[in-house]
Design a protein around this ligand. Structure first.
Ligand code: GDP
Ligand code: CA
Length: 317
């Protein structure tokens, strides 16, 4: 069994490929919940929804978030009533948030309801939130601290970032199915999807049980670089790296993760960085890492799985 760590769009793109290559009992996808927030009385989990919708094939491939074939009557009416309209909630998407919020109020753990709702959408692989208790990413800026969605959506990542804080991570309660994976011996490798290292993967690494697992592991960790040719495919990863003074490249990302990762998958355009990443002590595979469609996701996932098993056989740790 392989565990994949995923944020939103980049995570979902690789996850959908892994799900095509690996049977449901051979893959679990652990998803960031640091982006979650409360809005208009609803609990919204953007990364979980992106992963679940993408696996179910009901996502919007153009935007990367929300559902396809969406309608917007709710937003229209909301605006008409003078409601807060900076966060887009489609009519179909809304059903998810309403059911989730109601279930959480009844005391159903987030992991359980994620499992139930994703099954209803036909998802066969396990999608597990990193925590059943709230973790909220806070963005440190010159003007003070911002809630993540204020920074990401309302202010469109414009404020200059000074750092991040993951409120609730230190006491996060890992869901029982994830705890079983961490403490058992079924998992043979971990894949870090090409998600934003600072806001999608870092919250997971701040959950003590997950961090401890990676640190003490005897299984290989393989990561796919979210930075291709010095830029992010989508989102503020490269902007954040510049603002934090990190080198904006696949090598900069490799240095950022350090010994938490054993093997790196980097894009063909970054082939010249191979030697530098190997010098940091990592194995490197160079391939096409762009995933514009399911075909590309599946092809990359196959390479990742091959790499992972090669490292596992060799006993990378
Ligand atoms: P978010 O939560 O929706 O912002 O998504 P993630 O954090 O999972 O993904 C954002 C990151 O995914 C960005 O840094 C992108 O560069 C990266 N990304 C998106 N699509 C691709 C892709 O097709 N290939 C690779 N290598 N990275 C991608
Ligand atoms: Ca996200």
């Amino acid at each position: 069994m392989i565990v994949a760590l995923a944020g939103g769009v980049g995570g979902a793109r690789l996850a959908v490929g892994l799900a095509q290559v690996l049977a449901p009992k051979a893959l679990a996808i652990v998803v960031n919940t640091g982006d979650d927030f409360e809005h208009l009385g609803l609990t919204i989990c953007p990364d979980i929804d992106t992963v679940v919708y993408t696996l179910a094939g009901v996502h919007n491939p153009a935007s990367g978030w929300g559902r396809g074939e969406e309608t917007w009557s709710f937003m229209h009416a909301l605006r008409g009533l003078g409601g807060e309209a900076w966060f887009q909630l489609g009519d179909r998407d809304l059903a998810m948030h309403v059911l989730r919020t109601a279930a959480l109020r009844r005391g159903v753990p987030l992991s359980e309801l994620t499992r139930a709702l994703s099954r209803r959408l036909g998802v066969r692989h396990a999608v597990i939130p990193m925590s059943d208790t709230p973790v909220r990413t806070r963005v440190k800026t010159a003007g003070g601290e911002l809630a993540f969605q204020d920074y990401f959506v309302r202010l469109r990542c414009r404020p200059r970032v000074r750092g991040f804080r993951f409120a609730g991570a230190a006491r996060a309660r890992v869901p029982p199915p994830l705890y079983r994976l961490i403490t058992g011996d079924a998992v043979k490798a971990i894949v870090v999807c090409p998600s934003n290292p600072y806001v999608s993967v870092a919250p997971m690494l701040h959950v003590p049980a997950l961090r401890g697992w990676l640190r003490a592991r005897r299984i290989p960790v393989v990561a796919v670089s979210p930075i291709v040719g010095g830029a992010a495919i989508k989102g503020p990863a490269a902007k954040i790296m510049r603002e934090l003074g990190a080198e904006r490249s696949a090598a900069g990302i490799a240095r950022h993760y350090g010994p938490l990762v054993d093997g790196w998958v980097i894009d063909t355009v970054d082939a010249p960085l191979r030697g530098r990443i190997e010098a940091l002590g990592h194995d490197v595979v160079v391939t096409d890492t762009l995933m514009p469609d399911r075909c590309a996701s599946e092809r990359l996932a196959r390479e990742v799985v091959r790499f992972v098993y090669a490292l596992a056989r060799r006993g990378a740790r």
